[in-house]
Structure formats: structure tokens, C-alpha cells
Design a protein around this ligand. Sequence first.
Ligand code: CUA
Length: 334
Amino acid sequence: MNFHFGKDMLLTNGLNLLADRPADFWFPEQASTFAKEVDSFYYFILWLCIVFFALIVGGMVYFIFKYRERPGYKGSPEALHNNFLEISWTVIPTLIVIYVFVRGTFGYLEMASIPKNTIDIDVKAQKWAWSFKYDNQAESPVLYLPVGEKIKLTMRSDDVIHSLFVPAFRAKADVVPGRYTPMWFQPTKTGTFDLFCTEYCGDKHSRMITKVEVLPLEEFNAWKAKAAQAPEGGPELGEWLYVRRCKSCHSNDGTKVVGPSFKGSWGKEVKLGKSDDGSKTVEFDQNYVRQSILYPQKKARDGYQSGTQMNSFEGQLNDDQIDGIIDYLKTLKD
Ligand code: CUA
């Protein structure tokens, strides 16, 4: 299917003068192939409304004044008929509405038809984080993209409905649990852009924000190759694992997400809300971290008694990897 012929034909009649602008009060900058058409169509409808509003309200006010009741004025009680007026105020709005419908349909079809030769990225949405996975198993909480390429996202949700929105791309689609939702776009400039969740998904919905980094193709490929490799060890390995395994529930900056933040915990005596041996506190040290990763139910921190939400990582993380996480947690002390 090819919708471009029709769309371009219609575009020549649109308000294309207004496209290709920098960010302004109404819109962020235009960073994808969708942006120009979305903006110029938006302005077309906006001006259409402004012009008709002015004509209709202006006419109303004028006639109210002109035919007001006043001494010596005699109005006619009969309704007049005017064929020219009747036909023009029926035909002109009908043509405008048909134009808006057809142009909108072409725009929708363009966004809904996934093209061939895309770079494919898997998206996982969950309360309250995004995760992007590439064909070489690189994984990132930030969406890295190459400029000028067609990108296809295959999105799924682990829990409730989320919605992925990149305003600079004018691209948005819901992420629905129990199915894969595709979407596509083609970034046209390098830079850092916002990515939001735009479907209310719980009390941290407004924190479900990340960035899109659009890079030149070679830089993107270099990033992707590097991101797929785990660092050898130490806090770098710990951070690499943290981003992939822990971050969606444990912040590293003190904010409360699902579980307690890792910030400033290391070396402290922390309060327990639930423990297998009746203890009320525990030192946040190597043994406690290891136990919490492998057997999260044994000792849950105060305020997180339902530590049962966390699954055991037994068999998923080996001792060297746990050492890396411990090294990383040490870097987060106050
Ligand atoms: Cu996810 Cu709102």
C-alpha cells in the first residue's frame, strides 16, 4: 500500500508555511518525519476554527446591534429565503469537513502502517519504568536510536496499560498488557528528547519518564555493541546489573519506588518490618544484601513488609555478580 501520493497531494493545499519551525509555545521541536504534517494539520484546524469563530460571532453581534428594538424601528416578522446563502453554507462546510477527514485518514494510515526495513526494538513497560531491548540483547532504560532510520517498537506491558509518547516525534501508542503493540517513527535529528507515559498507571505514573537519545548511526552501533557486554566486575558490573535487574523497584537517588531506595543504605543499621528470626534491625552489609537478593522474604525492611513482591534471584545471579552489586551499593552511601 502506498499512501504517500494522496497525502502529498493534499499537503500542497495545507498550511505548509507553518511547518519546520523550532520549538514554540504550542509544540516541541520537530524531530521525526511525522512532525511536519501533524503540526501543519493542527494549525490548519486551529485557523479554520478561529476564522469561522470570528465570522459567526462577528455576524451575530453585528445583527444583534443592527436589528435591535428601538423607537421608530419596525422589523419584519417573516423569515427570508436566499438560495445562494443556503447552498454556500451547506456546501462549503461539507467540503471542509471532507478535506479534514481525508487528510486525517491519510495521516493515521501513514502512522499505522509499519514500513519495511526497520530497526526493531522491544519495549517493556511496567510500573513505573521503561526498558528497551535491542537485537543483540543490549538493554537500556534510555531509548537510544540512530538518526534517519525507520524504527519499529514492539511494545508489551507487565502490568497495566501504559502509553509511550515522544512529543518531539509526534508519536504515541498505548502499551496494553497481554498483547504486543507495534509502532514506528523515523527520527530526523540527533539530540535528547523526552519520553513520557501518557496513560494513568498508578501513583508514580508521573515519574514514568525517560529520555530518547538520537545518535548518528555509527555512534548508535558503537553504543549498542558496548551496551550488550557486561563489565568485568566491580561497581561497573554492579551498576550494569542494577539497571537491568533492580532499578524498576529500587531507586539509587532516595526516591521511594516499589522497594526501598539503595541510596545511603550501605553500612547502616536498618529497621525491619518483618523477619524470619524476630530481629528488629539488621546491618546493611554484604550478608544482608546477599540474603535479600537470594531470599527476599526472610528480612523485609520497615514499610516494605510485603517484601513478597520481590522474586528470588537464586540461580539468576552468581556470587561474582552479587559482589558487583555490593560494590555498586557501597558507592551509594551518604
Ligand atoms: Cu505508565 Cu503511566
